[in-house]
Design a protein around this ligand. Structure first.
Ligand code: XMP
Length: 519
């Protein structure tokens, strides 16, 4: 376990629990989220948190059998912050009273909290303007606060919006300080971790040193193979592991013929030439495109690619000979997802392509040096390791590549058209300085031809759709509000520069109800 000061987030199933962790990590505090069921007396003793946060959650503490932490948490002598459902848990556990929600007392959305009490430790930097905007989302409400607590802030719908027992350093708020709609929320977290005595020792420089030591201990003089996709996560993992064990690492880059313009060359140049990392460049485009010939169903495409990827990776990995370990760029959100309170998604919307089946199939042990990190931390680590900024900031690219941006049947001709259009579009976005504001942008080539007129002639070519979204984690997304000038300039460039496209549309669907990719 890490040597850093640790904060424990007990997850009661809120949709925004991950945001609490992100806010804390931004403040250089190491924290972990654990579902309340796993937080036992023994767990608490072993974890030895310096502070605890109770997340929000969908249940009602007035219901018998509703989620609770072990009562020993209150005897640890460490500060506790309860948020929303977490506040109600604290009040109920410590002798207050919570009432089940009625329509009249439920409160959702923006609210304003007025100061009613004083606590310089917790409220430092708050109420400078007399009141604070916060985000509420609760059905139940606290009817009576627990003995020892006082009210520091109140809103029309939540008389006990901020409560505190400064002697025990227990704090409880009805709103969500972790969301953007509580603009000054970060300050409350800052105050909480300061009063808990955190040193702010969670930095990427420290993480790098520790991760390298850990990899060396785990791997010894064994061999590691790593599947490189050219994405940020696997690249950062590879560079970190290479720094730890040098040529004991071999990377396998499977080129399935569904990459963007120049992508394969860039990845190979960076890893083999720049970093000198042993790299097998497996050009398997004939195999993949052959298997996809005539396939138009999105799920069949995804499954075909996923299965072939595993076969091909396995074939080339065998060339390395005697590898015992497989490196993966698994991130903390993936880890949380697999143990989360509410479980993973209940319906399969898309079969995500990954190499999850590999370790068991190949009898390999996993090396996952990014397991504790969020995406933005991986980028910071990449920076620390000296990866070029242009590479670190690249938009995510899905494993099945252009196959899922070419709805319907895929042909080499269509892929070529798509690559060119995509390159023009991304160039436009970069030229206008918008690349870093956008989570992901790409072109989808539509399986329709439309009639146009260019010069004096008739054209009958493909239509394409531009996609650009903002998002925090890819789970939800909004389309990006380009200016009309940008859109018309881009459409003109694509039609002029890309033979085969004569019509450009802009996709203004958010997620949900759409998804980011087209298939
Ligand atoms: P959707 O289309 O589901 O995409 O809204 C959400 C995010 O996930 C990426 N994506 C994938 N990434 N393998 C991946 O590694 C996949 O099979 C896959 N499918 C979608 C997508 O690009 C977006 O960032």
């Amino acid at each position: 376990m890490t040597q850093h000061d640790r904060l424990l987030i007990v997850d009661f199933g809120s949709q925004v629990t991950q945001l609490i962790a992100r806010r804390l990590r931004e403040l250089n505090v190491y924290c972990e989220i654990h579902p309340y069921q796993n937080v036992t007396d023994a767990f608490l003793a072993a974890f030895a948190p310096r502070a605890v946060i109770f997340s929000g959650g969908p249940d009602s503490v007035t219901r018998a059998g509703s989620p609770r932490p072990p009562q020993s948490v209150y005897a640890l002598g460490v500060p506790i912050l309860g948020i929303c459902y977490g506040q109600q848990v604290m009040m109920q556990d410590l002798g207050g009273r919570v009432e089940a929600g009625e329509h009249a007392t439920a409160e959702f959305g923006r609210a304003y909290v007025e100061q009613t009490g004083k606590d310089d430790d917790f409220l430092f930097g708050w109420f400078l303007e007399g009141r604070e905007q916060v985000w509420m989302s609760h059905g139940d409400h606290v009817a009576e606060i627990a003995p020892g607590f006082q009210v520091l802030g109140t809103s029309p719908g939540a008389p006990f919006a901020i409560t505190a027992d400064p002697a025990r350093r227990f704090y409880a708020v009805q709103f969500h300080p972790e969301v953007h709609h509580t603009p000054n929320g970060r300050t409350l977290y800052e105050n909480f971790i300061r009063l808990a005595g955190f040193r702010g020792d969670w930095t990427m420089g420290a993480y790098r040193e520790e991760a390298i030591a850990k990899i060396r201990t785990q791997v010894g003089d064994g061999k590691v193979i790593c599947g490189l996709s050219g994405g940020v996560d696997s690249s950062v993992a590879a560079v970190l592991i290479h720094e730890a064990i040098g040529d004991q690492l071999t990377c396998v880059f499977v080129d399935h013929g569904l990459l963007r313009q120049n992508e394969a060359a860039e990845v190979v140049a960076m890893f083999r030439d720049h970093y000198n990392i042993p790299l097998i460049h497996a050009d398997e485009s004939d195999l993949f495109l052959g298997a996809l010939d005539g396939v138009s169903d999105p799920e069949v495409k995804r499954k075909t690619i996923g299965k072939l990827f595993i076969d091909v990776f396995q074939k080339h990995a065998a060339e390395v000979g005697g590898a015992e370990f497989l490196a993966q760029g698994t991130l903390y959100p993936d880890v949380i997802e697999s143990v989360s309170f509410s479980g993973g998604p209940s319906v399969t919307i898309k079969s995500h392509h990954n190499v999850g089946g590999l370790p068991e199939k190949m009898g390999l042990k996993l090396v996952e040096p990014l397991r504790e990190l969020f995406k933005d931390e991986v980028r910071a680590l990449g920076h620390e390791l000296g990866l070029p900024a242009s590479f670190i900031g690249r938009h995510p690219f899905p494993g099945p590549g252009l196959a899922i941006r070419c709805p319907g049947e895929i042909t080499r001709e269509k892929l070529e058209i798509l690559r060119k259009a995509d390159a023009v579009y991304i160039d436009q976005i970069r030229r206008h300085g918008l690349y870093d504001e956008i989570w992901q942008a790409f072109v989808a080539l539509l399986p329709v031809r439309t009639v146009g007129v260019m010069g004096d002639g008739r054209t009958y070519d493909y239509a394409c759709a531009l996609r650009a979204v903002t998002s925090v984690d890819g789970m939800t997304a909004d389309y990006y509000p380009f200016s009309h000038d940008f859109l018309s300039e881009t459409a003109t460039r694509i039609i002029n520069e890309v033979k085969g496209i004569n019509r450009v549309t802009y996709d203004i669907t958010s997620k949900p109800p759409g998804t980011i990719e087209w298939e």
